[in-house]
Design a protein around this ligand. Structure first.
Ligand code: PBG
Length: 326
């Protein structure tokens, strides 16, 4: 026997061989672009914490969505930044609220070319910045919040969202929203449960994006970063309650969780490459410390390798463009 008997390097010799033996390929249609629409904004407004990402006007968000579609992106996840907030997050289920208006406009513009998704959570709409309504002691009241989520779901479905992203981490949210939709004949609306959403420092830049006024933190409802097995419990509950897709969030720091979840369920598993993951690469690249493009592609293929069938990423349009141009 010649030594070494096996030579894995043989398949790495040329780009064509590498590509033919690649176990993962990124694809535009597996990417989802999150967008922020701000009420009353006249010009798109750049964000310091996320260079290259803007808060959109009702007009510029349509341009961004059309660009994403032209690049082959599979969906857009819409977040609203309201001009006025209150304790119960009234803007969230107001048909004329910024998010519902944006959903209507986007559904009309690109609804037949990509999946228009709505973030279903109260944090952008409450003046205290929590993902739900508070009880007298100032704690997030799970069951009172569920009623608000049901109302939001109906408003978002009515506005034209075909998928609702349940990101609030309230117990029972998937079941309550599913029942509310089914009761009005909207069994067609897809539910994406942010089943395993961790209380993460990597959401930092997002808070600027939505001008969050959060008092305190979200550790009483989002998951503890050390908890791996608990993700399977959350996922089991969401699937039992009717989740069509489950999400792991953040992405790169939680690849073990993603891999566990993908092995445990038979519904699609998506990942959210969050604002802090984006900001880290952008900052390192701007400082000349990292090859920006390679880092972006590597992080995305890693998330896919761990088990995600789709990834929400602020780089969606850029990466989709890049992939299409080869
Ligand atoms: C809640 C929500 C958050 C993000 C998406 N949906 C913020 C949070 O839970 O604190 C974070 C996304 C990101 O950081 O890119 N509506």
């Amino acid at each position: 026997m010649p030594f070494p008997a096996e030579r894995p390097r043989r398949l790495r010799a040329t780009p064509a061989l590498r590509s033919l033996s690649a176990q993962e390929h990124l694809a535009p249609q597996r990417l989802v672009l999150p967008v922020f629409v701000k009420e009353g904004l006249r010009e798109p407004s750049p964000m310091q914490s996320m260079p290259g990402v803007v808060q959109h006007t009702m007009t510029s968000v349509v341009d961004a969505a059309q660009e994403a579609v032209a690049a082959g992106v599979g969906g857009i996840m819409v977040f609203g930044v309201p001009a006025v907030r209150d304790a119960r997050g009234s803007g969230a289920d107001d048909p004329e609220g910024v998010l519902n208006t944006a959903l209507r406009v986007l559904d009309e513009a690109v609804g037949s070319d990509c999946v228009v998704m709505a973030d279903l959570c109260l944090d952008e709409f409450t003046d205290h910045g929590h993902c739900g309504v508070l009880d007298e002691a100032g704690r997030v009241d799970n069951d009172a919040t569920l009623e608000r989520y049901a109302a939001m779901a109906l408003a978002q479905a009515e506005a034209g969202a075909s998928l609702l992203g349940l990101s609030g981490m309230m117990d029972g949210q998937t079941g309550v929203v599913r029942s509310a939709l089914d009761a009005v004949g909207r069994s067609d609306v897809v539910l994406l449960a942010y089943a395993a959403k961790y209380a993460s420092a990597f959401y930092g830049p997002f808070r600027e994006a939505v001008e969050s006024t959060l008092q305190g933190d979200r550790r009483a409802y989002q998951m503890d970063p050390g908890n791996r097995r608990e993700a399977l419990r959350e996922v089991r509950l969401d699937v039992a309650e009717g989740a069509d897709v489950v999400m792991v969030k953040p992405a790169l720091p939680y690849l073990d969780v993603l891999s566990d979840v993908a092995a445990a369920v038979d519904v699609p598993v998506w990942a959210y490459q969050v604002s802090g993951e984006y900001a880290m690469v952008e900052a390192a690249a701007a400082a000349g410390m990292i090859d920006r493009q390679r880092a972006i592609l590597e992080s995305l293929v890693s998330v896919q390798r761990a088990g995600a069938t789709a990834t929400l990423t602020y780089w969606a349009t850029e990466v989709a463009d890049l992939l299409r141009r080869g």
